[in-house]
Design a binder for this molecule. Structure first.
Ligand code: ZN
Length: 454
């Protein structure tokens, strides 16, 4: 037992004295008491909620607490119009992100700024930057659109304090207490339903229904990071954007490409190569070998020549060695020169052996690439006449897809899509004509590429 002295003044307990049996019992009683208290408070809270009495510390944005009755919500004339506007915009099909950016542009003050100015909550750091007054979060907007408080109903007891922990837990929806028509509504049921239906349909499209066939395969041709699927513009076009750029616009350029354009380009490339492999396998194999050799900086051919030269020189040096010994024995060479030349030839011989080993390795790789090319062509033959891309067939055929940024050419804006095939390597290359999505930005060097070039 640790040497701790426990004193409870109210209960006359001091562990320094003997006779403390009662302390343990009192502790249990206290626990019962506070548990009971907590239960009573909770049931009183629920009873008040059922009576439609507003009990939170702050009124929801757009409302104020009535000055003569703190449990009643009244319309806040200063902010109610903002709530109404959010619902109107959402009902017109605008998403929460877009509404937030509209408010930022129009310099509409955000809820926390109102709380801060009214002394309800204190944000000493946030509003040192005056720009933050208009910094709306899309989460707040989305939560507001789903909140039935704006229909004049009260939904309370969504959370509950956990006994003695001082934290709140979320309650399941069936335990929430909803009381209708407790205060003046800010929106009609029709507008509320419309706004919610549109926000929900938008969410479902991005998260549940649509699965990109390119998942995990598309990379940025500049920085190598993944491209991520985004939804763009009024028509919610699917586009891919460099994630490095999305995270920080200075770290790369956007590399944006329409999902549909990417799909067409990749499908066309597979169709072309599958047909080639089907009609002329040797040609397809030769193409794969050629493309890989190009990637290797044409190492294959020159290396064979280099290996021949190195072997020839090695034989020469070996012969020179033998002659040197003969010369030394017959006294045709001085001891001094003999040592010097022996050293020289030995060093050269070692270097040549090393060079020969490296070249043999490289040539073996080329041979492997030949057999890989055959394997690739055989795989492609099976996909002749392919009509659609699926995650399955793509992952069987393709290792990686690289999208370059748009570039101005005589034919207008273009970007290339490079396809690295399984076994085959970088064989496919398609040029995509870029539809104008947005004015192209000034090209910036990708930091990774700049680092690599050094
Ligand atoms: Zn990038």
């Amino acid at each position: 037992m640790k040497n701790v002295r426990y004193i409870a003044v109210n209960d006359c307990v001091d562990t320094a004295n003997k006779n403390n049996d009662i302390a343990a019992l009192k502790n249990v009683m206290n626990e019962f008491y506070s548990r009971d208290n907590s239960r009573k408070i909770r049931s009183s809270i629920r009873a008040r909620a059922k009576a439609g009495l507003y009990r939170c510390s702050y009124a929801p944005f757009g409302y104020r607490k009535s000055s003569d009755n703190h449990n009643k919500l009244i319309v806040d004339e200063e902010t109610a119009w903002i709530v109404k506007r959010i619902f109107e915009l959402a009902n017109a099909g605008m998403g929460a992100h877009k509404i937030a950016s509209v408010f930022r542009e129009e310099k509409v003050s955000c809820p926390s700024w109102w709380q801060h100015t009214r002394g309800e909550k204190n944000y000493p750091e946030r509003f040192k930057n005056p720009q933050n007054q208009y910094e709306w979060s899309h989460t707040i907007i989305r939560n507001m659109i789903g909140n039935p408080v704006y229909l004049g109903h009260s939904v309370m007891c969504k959370t509950e304090a956990i006994f003695k922990v001082g934290k709140y837990k979320k309650l399941p929806e069936e335990e929430w207490i909803r009381t209708d028509n407790t205060h003046e509504p800010l929106v009609t049921q029709e507008v509320f339903d419309g706004a919610n239906a549109k926000i929900l349909s938008r969410k479902r499209d991005t998260t549940n229904n649509f699965v990109s066939v390119f998942s995990g395969l598309v990379k940025c041709g500049t920085c190598g990071k993944a491209l991520a699927l985004r939804y763009w513009g009024r028509d919610r076009h699917r586009i891919y954007v460099c994630t490095a750029y999305a995270h920080n616009t200075k770290s790369c350029t956007d590399h944006r490409i329409y999902y549909d354009d990417l799909y067409e380009a990749v499908l066309a490339d597979i169709q072309y190569h599958a047909r080639l492999a089907f009609e002329n396998k040797e040609k397809a194999v030769a193409l794969a070998v050629k493309m890989n050799a190009r990637m290797d900086g044409n190492r294959g051919k020159s290396n064979e020549t280099k290996l021949k030269q190195a072997r020839k020189r090695y034989d020469e040096v070996t012969r020179l060695f033998d002659r040197l010994y003969e010369d030394s024995l017959s006294g045709r060479i001085s001891n001094e020169n003999f040592t010097r030349l022996i050293d020289k030839y030995q060093t050269e011989q070692e270097k040549l052996l090393e060079q020969i080993a490296t070249l043999e390795d490289v040539l073996q790789e080329v041979k492997d690439s030949q057999s890989n090319a055959v394997q690739w062509a055989e795989l492609m033959v099976g996909y002749v006449g392919i009509m659609e891309l699926t995650a399955e067939n793509l992952n069987l055929l393709v290792e990686r897809i690289e999208v370059s940024d748009r570039a101005e050419t005589e034919d207008g804006m273009q970007q290339t899509v490079k396809i690295c095939y399984r076994f085959g390597g970088y064989i496919g290359e398609q040029t995509v004509k870029t539809k104008m999505i947005r004015k192209p930005r000034k090209k910036r060097d990708c930091p990774r590429k700049t680092a690599m070039a050094k």
